[in-house]
Design a protein around this ligand. Structure first.
Ligand code: GAL
Length: 536
């Protein structure tokens, strides 16, 4: 039910009162100087503009507004049945047209950073098989300049699930090693065009989630899978995830090497990857379930980060997949170890892990590709934390502290950013006290991890505003700002007001939102043979 302005004002006063009380619990001064506080979005979810009628004939090289080419999500969402609600990202939040207002909205929140993604098909409508789209370059130049004007550091992701559809049709995208050169080509255009101002790059967003949903379960494009993992026309869930993972890792490597050799020395920025980092804890206090939790962590996290940090796939994954797992060459191994300056941690999930090697798992988890682990948010019918809009996302703030501890221990305390963290709901209102509690508790857990010595340098709320939430369409809302999809009006939720207070209520805040945020970092960059790498 809509609130009258007076009712809204009264609830605002109540929440602000609570915020004042809670301010002693967690405040900005619990975090180090120069810490980045921001919000995240991605291109397809917030920005896209695709002319519907052109999608069906994309093969003729159709482009949409601003010269953008058709991408994999444009095509996938227009196939009936792929997105239950029938929604698509054709217009999304219309951010493309109102980016200046959106930057002002961030400025008024008091954030000093913003994580967004660059639409590959807007820069290269046909990948490397066509021209660079000058309007795409212009759009991102304008966005970046506007952010810097407002003292907001741009954190750019090169690939957040969307690729030019041409690459899917030509060679099967991530299933082909050809994609590595396409991605490197795109990345270099971005470094060359924007790297004088963008100092924080993430090559790929959540390759682990993309592989799971694109090639294991078939719920994201290209919608490939096999039974019993999903119901698809094409695909092989037991082998394709392994191939796609390998190509994603080597694509990261190519882009990162180009940055480190050709751009980092003169541009002085940093390059990382953003991984979905769930936390798994043993279902029971038995050695079998402790091992299962270890395997679950390895399959979700270390499968990607071990190569990028330590040069090879983890033994936990190799033990399950054996020779199916491809091998890196010696040269690749050496380069891989030096391919990350920081780890982007997207954290939403903490689940129980149950062993499926020694016990039967009827509900899933009995295959090698799953690491012989069954994962669940419930134990004996009791949920691990409060439920949220998405069934496997529970509120477990400790999970953030634990995953940061895991990464710190396994990767020698590499610098980290929490590049996504947030809570969804299906409800339309702007009164989201649950979201406020969520962020407060996760920030408190993060502050604790930092006190224990973890090198975490930033926290980005997912999301600045409601947007297209993949298979859930527009029904699932993650925003600090509510979006009315008819009028595109953004309205701050109570959580936005809370975040603003959190960010601006103490003196440090105003200093840390400097006019030149990219100078605030304190990575120590050391020269190695051919590349630069950060240490601490
Ligand atoms: C992440 C993804 C985001 C957003 C978020 C909330 O996996 O990177 O794009 O959808 O989940 O579900």
């Amino acid at each position: 039910m809509e609130k009258t302005p007076i009712q809204f004002f009264i609830s605002l006063i109540i929440v602000l009162g609570r915020v004042v009380i809670c301010h002693t619990e967690i405040s900005r001064s619990d975090f180090p100087d120069g810490f980045f506080f921001g919000t995240s979005t991605s291109a397809y979810q917030a920005c896209v503009l695709t002319v519907l009628s052109l999608v069906s004939r994309w093969i003729e090289g159709a482009v949409s507004e601003g010269g953008k080419g058709v991408n994999n999500w444009d095509v996938f969402t227009h196939i009936q049945g792929n997105i239950a609600s029938g929604d698509n990202g054709d217009v999304a939040d219309n951010h493309y047209h109102v980016y200046k207002d959106d930057v002002e909205m961030m400025h008024s929140l008091g954030v000093n950073s913003y994580r967004f993604s660059i639409s590959w098909a807007r820069i290269l409508p046909r990948g490397r098989f066509g021209d660079i789209n000058p309007y795409g370059i212009e759009f991102y130049n304008n966005l970046i300049d506007e952010l810097l004007l407002k003292g907001i550091a741009p954190f750019a992701t090169l690939n957040h699930f969307d690729i030019p559809q041409e690459l899917e049709e030509r060679y099967g995208s991530w299933l082909s090693s050809l994609i590595q050169d396409d991605f490197a080509y795109f990345a270099e255009i971005c470094f060359r065009s924007f790297g004088d101002r963008v100092k924080y790059w993430m090559t790929i967003n959540e390759p682990n989630v993309y592989v799971k949903f694109g090639y294991l379960k078939g719920q994201y494009p290209p919608g490939r899978c096999s039974s019993p993992f999903g119901n698809c026309t094409y695909g092989d869930s037991e082998t394709e995830p392994i191939i796609a993972t390998h190509n994603l890792i080597l694509s990261h490597l190519k882009a990162s090497s180009i940055y480190k050799i050709r751009y980092q020395p003169k541009q002085g920025g940093y390059i990382g990857i953003a991984l979905n980092c769930p936390m798994y804890i043993p279902m029971t206090d038995t050695e079998m379930d402790r091992q299962a939790a270890k395997r679950a962590m390895a399959f979700d996290v270390a499968w990607y980060l071990d190569p990028l940090m330590l040069g090879d796939y983890p033994s936990e994954v190799r033990n399950c997949l054996g020779n199916q797992l491809p091998k890196f060459s010696k040269a690749e191994m050496n380069m891989l170890k030096d391919s990350l300056d920081f780890i982007g941690v997207n954290h939403y999930i903490t689940l129980y892990a149950k062993d499926c090697i020694h016990s039967a798992c009827d509900l899933g988890g009995s295959h090698a590709i799953e690491g012989f682990v069954y994962t669940s948010g419930e134990r004996n019918g009791i949920p691990i934390g409060e439920r949220t809009g998405i069934s496997r996302f529970f509120v477990v703030p400790d999970g953030l502290e634990k995953i940061i501890g895991y990464l710190k221990a396994r990767y020698n305390n590499k610098p980290m950013f929490v590049t996504e963290n947030g809570i969804s709901s299906l409800d339309q209102t702007t009164e989201d006290s649950k979201r406020i509690e969520y962020h407060k508790s996760y920030l408190a857990a993060l502050a604790q991890a930092i006190r224990e010595g973890a090198d975490v340098r930033g926290y980005f709320v997912w999301s600045l505003m409601d947007n297209f939430e993949w298979i859930y369409g527009y029904s699932m809302r993650f925003g600090l700002h509510h979006v009315d999809y008819h009028t595109m009006k953004r309205t701050p939720r109570l959580s936005a007001i809370w975040y603003k207070n959190f960010l601006t209520n103490d003196i440090q805040t105003d200093q840390s939102v400097s006019k030149n945020p990219t100078k605030d970092h304190n990575f120590h960059v050391t020269k190695t043979n051919a590349t630069l790498s950060s240490s601490f």
